[in-house]
Design a binder for this molecule. Sequence first.
Ligand SMILES: [Zn+2]
Length: 959
Amino acid sequence: MLSSSGHHDATRIGQENVAEKRRLTIISIVVVAILTIIVAGVTIWATYLIRGWDGVIEDDGVKTYPYRLPDTILPRHYDIEIEALLDGATTFNGVVSIRLEVTTETNVVELSAEEMQFVAIIKATEDQKKQHAKNGVLPAVDGKLAGISIKSEKTSSEVVLSGFSTAVLEKYRKIQVHTKNNLEKGAFYILRIEYQAPIRTDMRGFYSSKAADGSTVLSTQFESEDGRAAIPLFDEPKFKATYQMTITTKLKDEKTRVLFNTDEIERTNLPDGRVKVKFDKTPLMSTYLIAFIIGQYDYIEKTDGKIRHRIYTPVGKSEQGRAALEASIKVTKFFQDLYQVEYPINKMDHISIPSFASGAMENFGLITYRETYIIFDNATASQLDKENGIEVVSHEISHQFNGNIITCAFWTHLWLNEGFATFMETYALDKTYPDWKRGLKKLTNSVIYAADADSVPSADPIVRLYDKIQSKDEIDSLFNSITYDKGGAVLSMFFNYLGEDKFVQWIRSYFAKYKNQNAETKQLLELLPVQNVQETATNFGTWLHQPGMPIVQVNENADGTISLSQNRFFSYANATQVDQFKNSTWWIPLTYVTSADGDVKKVEMSSKVPSLKITDKVYKFNYHKTGFYRVNYSTKMWKNLIAKIEDFDTEDRFDLFNDIFSIATSTVENIDSSLMFEMLLALKNDDTSILWENMYQSILKLHQLLAAESVSNSFSRMVKDLVKNKYESIGWTNVPGADEDEENLDELRPFVLNLACRFGLTECVTEAFKRYQERNSTIIPPILRNAVYRAVVSNGGEREYYQILNQFKAEQDSVERTKLMYALAYTQQIPLLQTTLDLALSPHVKPQDSIFLIREVARNVPSGPNVAWNFVRTRYDAILSKCGQDQVSNRLVYGVGSLFTNIFERDELIQFFAPNIEKLSMKHYSNTLEAIEKNAKFLSKHLPAINTYLTEKYPPQTL
Ligand SMILES: [Zn+2]
């Protein structure tokens, strides 16, 4: 799954999903060693116990947590029949027959189900209903329950039932069918359940949403644990089975499509005008990958080898799916070659869903998306919009292999799905669309999100322990930047360390061994194609099993040599927390160059030896930022690096900029914060989009933090000074023939224009207004529209605001609508900002977008945080009812709260949420409080020095 559209939001600030506050219990080495031997049977994992971390192994050997389903019964095949109509019905009917294999004699079949009406309960006698209401158990009558049966496969006879329990339903979202006698070990049975379930509206399970033309689409979103809201299932990744689906519905016209993971094999017209569609049996797969959809669509298709690729679009838009169709074919071919595994379904469908909570979902053979990722109108979508969308397509196709063919054993190993997909989405595009240079872009967004999320004390390790993940809330919280971005970043570091050939060999052996199965992290590491597997696995494990990232401290010795030491890097932490992690160490595959164009040297820093001496005269560490660590040099070395910044390659300039900015804003590290301004100013003539993108992000972050301070004026002057030259040299359009790298300029320009207009460079604002007014005669290139719309709203009045608002309301194209919508968050007039917030709850904004719009308002400087917070407090119930508890818990609380900069605001937030605290995601809530403390600490530590530097260099002026 792609967890949110935030990944491709150019104004994203900070992380939504920083890790949760949880410290692993320190278990004594003896206990762990014994456990290790019991569980692994070998001692290789005992090497994890070496200093630096808690010595916890990933599989603790305990398989029966109350939250989990027991292993006594394994589902092997499901026959599912769904009856659902597009006529506005609020429920649907279902029958599921599951072929079960009994592995341990038992008289209880336990499976997952949520909010269902069981025929057994509907048809129960009054007495039975009373008993059920009392203790949640429905007793059988004469060994039978209406709508529930278990049949022995061998004898075809029905098993005598003793009861049906929904008592465990509420807490663990499970049900139990009890039998009078034990089910036999090794035997097969067919469990059949009839039920009715709601057609939901909160974008999970089986839900309805409205297309732009007003038609209804019924579709599914099952990951992580919402399949059980639509079908009673064994809803855990490890219970792989095959599925055969039949859907009965009524077609509205010839464009009504009825879709499932596999292709249709039989269609029957029923006498009452309905149609019954039967689908092919699926390959072995986990329940969260099931999908079925009913709705009106057009499509385009192309068959390549054994696979038919289709892009389903809203009616009339099929041609806009061309780019995605081409990518689907190219990328699928690439992954089949890479993994040396055949894709097991004869079709690869990609379909847009009107309302979709995450970015996209990798359902086997039927991938679902937000419209903006697969439908591109050339008139409104820029090249970058397309690349960002196609990267999502690549992510989901990579999942058809890692995720769908090999699936993580449990969500604690989710990075095997998502960290892989994050790495692979870019790796595949670098091979299939090399001109796009997506690898470079990955370095400048995904990798910094990972580092940000990993630099707070509450960060979790990539691989989690089973006993820490015992609720839906905890599972959902794993879809975070650590799992995705850090997972991808450390995999990229392993790739660079092993080299491409060995890396590919490693991945292929993993697929050869575990295809159609589940895997845990250690099973991947055991297959490392290196001399000393055990040692390398332990080294890699320092990145997977402990939280945080290291910072390498560089010290120059008097004799000209260099001494290195490492410790955990914190963007924020208090003294106790720093102390708590003082022994954390990593194995670091260090690289360095001895001159700007010198050879790359490699040296490994052990996790066991605290320091390392290098006799070379080092110019820069972490060549091309291929390692997931920060480097802090001496002030003298930093000054030298800043002076020579233009000599470095793009990746290294970016690395140095990102490191100094992070270190100088950290509340723990101690370097002179003026160095980050010196670095910024030294980069003012830089000619790459990725540096400008990151300067833009960093400047906005500081702008927000300093908004309420008197130094804000000097800061704005500095930004104007920084951006002026660049603005004048690149202007608004390329001069044909004069600019060497037009594509880079196209991507660089929006950041320069956004900065220039936002910080009030008059020429820029004037030109933005002119272009907006002339938009009907001279089309604004799609890539400049964000800059133009935002400048016009931000610097204009009511007239311009309502012009953009009306344009938004009339616009049909999703990509263009998104640009217009976010621009409305940029007004400087508080009543209009209020109008934007009201818009977020109006029918003009889809539930999937409302919270993103509120967050964008919160980022408005200076009034955004307060205006948005007042709105959240006064309209909380309305927000909840439109967006659902999950969206509010996972996105809104942090999105708005993390922008606060003082403790009073933090206390206000605590007070507001206190009555509803148990409904929130604890992880996101505590991360929000942590973020506020971090902001407040930043100001108390750094404001005086920033003030001195900026007011001296840029004395405040009346603007
Ligand atoms: Zn994914």
